[in-house]
Write a new protein. Structure first.
Length: 109
């Protein structure tokens, strides 16, 4: 099996995702403790542990198989920006559709 490395930008994009999901897991844990929901805080702890393992793997992959390619890094950055722009447009359309739907529902009520 061929080991693929990570560029610096790929690593940080992936780590940003890990940080986001770790915060979400912390929210699950805190919310589960406050609501006295054992299943929720256990699920949050498991979710958090899985993403900690993923972060360790990303660090290992970056240290063991680094890729230093400026052109690939630039392409990764452009692909990320394009993806985020597309996601923003789709979420904008969905938000606008919900606002129109709820606005019409309130007007026709």
């Amino acid at each position: 099996m061929e080991k693929k490395g990570l560029t610096k930008k790929q690593f940080w994009i992936q780590m940003a995702m890990v940080i986001f999901w770790e915060l979400y897991a912390a929210y699950w844990i805190i919310s589960g403790i406050i609501d006295k929901s054992t299943i929720q805080w256990i699920a949050g702890a498991v979710f958090g542990l899985l993403y900690i393992a993923f972060a360790i793997y990303l660090i290992y992959q970056r240290k063991r198989y680094p890729i230093e390619d400026a052109q690939l890094d630039k392409q990764v950055g452009e692909n990320f920006k394009t993806g985020m722009t597309g996601m923003g447009i789709v979420l904008g359309f969905i938000t606008a559709a919900f606002l129109i739907a709820f606005g019409l529902a309130m007007l026709l009520k």
